[in-house]
Ligand binder design. Sequence first.
Ligand code: F6P
Length: 362
Amino acid sequence: MKKKKIGVLTGGGDAPGLNAVIYALTKTCVTEFGYELIGYRFGYRGLYENKFTPLNMSAVSGILHKGGTILHSSNKDNLFEFFVSAAGQKVKKDVSSVAIENMANEGVDALCVLGGDGTLTSARDFARKGINVVGVPKTIDNDLLSTETTFGFDTAVSIVTENLGRLHTTAESHHRVMIAEVMGRSAGWIALHAGIAGSADVILIPEIPFSLENIVAKIKERDALGKYFSVIVVCEGAIEKGGEAVVGKIVEDSPDPIRFGGVGAYLAHRLEPLVEHEVRSCAFGHIQRGGETSAQDRVLSCRYGVAAAHLIHEEKYGNMVCLRRGVMEYESLEKVIGQNKLVNPNGELVRVARSLGVSFGG
Ligand code: F6P
């Protein structure tokens, strides 16, 4: 009897824990179920170009702790709207049938897709075309409604928290206001968690539009207490009241073309004339996604990987594994797409921060 053959790919921005998912998925599929696995390189592009690598025990040896993805990734390459050149122009074309043919020729029985909302939208679309797909949710932003916690989030929060400590020492030495710009897109989870853990004085999140007046009031309140420095954490998607998010870059051929970036520098520029301190900003950027995966994310990722392997084994296709009330479950890809989880401005965590004296600027 032919061994079941599983294709695996990682799409979207990398997140710490992707390798741990690949590790757990591969080990379970190979040792428990006797399957053969191949990993498509650079996300859906690998599926289109038929570029893959064997995923076996030796391929995943020693990768559990490593950040990034051994399969490489891309946050472009939506095969249902793929950019191709025609008559000297770039036009969108549905090339998904090429990928489906490639999988059929390779004898791939099922596809396991690790990715965020954009990547999983394509996974759903492949499922609609009859491909046996299982999804694994990924994002450091932790903004997927269907799952309690995504892997990569804990690592990002730990990195931001540690680096807020570094900003504190220089802020205090120079009597400065230091601004840390962190990732999260339109969800303030990283800023909120790391801001609390790293004792920020001001936390600015997209869910609570801020005013300069309120931020200045907090800095002056601290000055009056003899605390001549302040640390501000701002989520990249944070918005000034009546304003708009600061966009750093547009990536035309990406399913979600907006890349946030620059709100920290913008804020520093606006704030400095209003306070008696030098105001400096520092964008933590991709450092938040880099390096080794935290212990908590390694464990969580292994749980996702094993759960995905079992879903494939049980042939429960068209689903995504998710964590609910601390238990690994699954949900239809049809239901999970486009469902964002945002910070509740009146929720417990915001109230906790306010009780600690944190200003949200709004
Ligand atoms: O969604 C994860 C994320 O890291 C966001 O927090 C951030 O805005 C975005 O990806 C950055 O993407 P890129 O790697 O394309 O700059």
